[in-house]
Design a protein around this ligand. Structure first.
Ligand code: DC
Length: 226
């Protein structure tokens, strides 16, 4: 595994970006098209937050949460996410767990506990990994690094539509506020803050649909593949 990771250019496409930027859908689609594995690193932070909640450990307790992260009984099977053999695919997506994930992700010990676990997703098959620090910390030798952005308004609209909610009114404003809060938390933390590495291709998806975004990334990939 170490040799795979440290090879000059690991067979990894790293896709980083803020909450609701569409990186999950885009990364998963690219993984399928290139016949690679897919790592949703945010799911590991969300699982850790949920596991802490279930274990009645406060999201401020770095030591205990790092311990939980290092022993996380999680499995990714056929599109489902299991925690202690329970299907939590839907449970980890709610906004409260998202906020919890953002809180515990600021702890260096938690990030360290999840580091190797993320790297273990890389096999000979190759990987498309999405998150906040895929290009900077987890896979610094990735062959292609993408940073997805979109305005907070656009991302809030996408999230509302996903949840079947109107794109205006009180609930929409709450979604927008949550997204903005999470942006600030993810960008301002001391360890592995969300920001593009110098060599990243920046892709603003505010006016692109999923297919157009996927195509743009594949175009960059074809260039380096040659
Ligand atoms: O991508 P997401 O919304 O599922 O991520 C949930 C939280 O986890 C996000 O607010 C920040 C954190 N996270 C992180 O710090 N580093 C990652 N590589 C992925 C997620």
């Amino acid at each position: 595994m170490t040799s795979l990771l440290s090879s000059q250019c690991a067979k990894v496409i790293a896709i980083d970006g803020p909450s609701a930027s569409g990186k999950g859908t885009i990364a998963e689609r690219i993984a399928t098209l290139l016949n690679r594995d897919y790592l949703d690193s945010g799911a590991l932070y969300r699982l850790t937050a949920l596991y802490a909640q279930q274990s009645q450990i406060d999201w401020t307790n770095e030591t205990q949460i790092a311990h939980l992260a290092s022993t996380l009984p999680a499995n990714f099977i056929a599109g489902k996410i299991l925690l202690n053999n329970q299907d939590v695919t839907v449970d980890i997506r709610n906004e409260s767990i998202g906020m919890g994930a953002s809180k515990i992700a600021a702890f260096p010990a938690v990030r360290m506990a999840l580091l190797q676990r993320q790297r273990d997703f890389l096999t000979e098959k190759g990987l498309v990994a999405d998150g906040r620090d895929m290009a900077s910390v987890v896979f610094p030798n990735a062959e292609l690094k993408i940073f997805l952005t979109a305005s907070a308004q656009v991302r809030a609209k996408r999230r509302a539509l996903q949840l079947g909610l109107p794109v205006n009114g009180v609930q929409f404003q709450q979604i927008l506020t949550d997204i903005e809060k999470r942006d600030v938390a993810d960008q301002s933390r001391v360890v592995a803050p969300l920001k593009p590495v110098a060599e990243a291709h920046i892709l603003d998806t505010s006016f692109l649909n999923i297919q157009e975004s996927v195509q743009k990334i594949l175009d960059w990939y074809r260039i380096i593949e040659k």
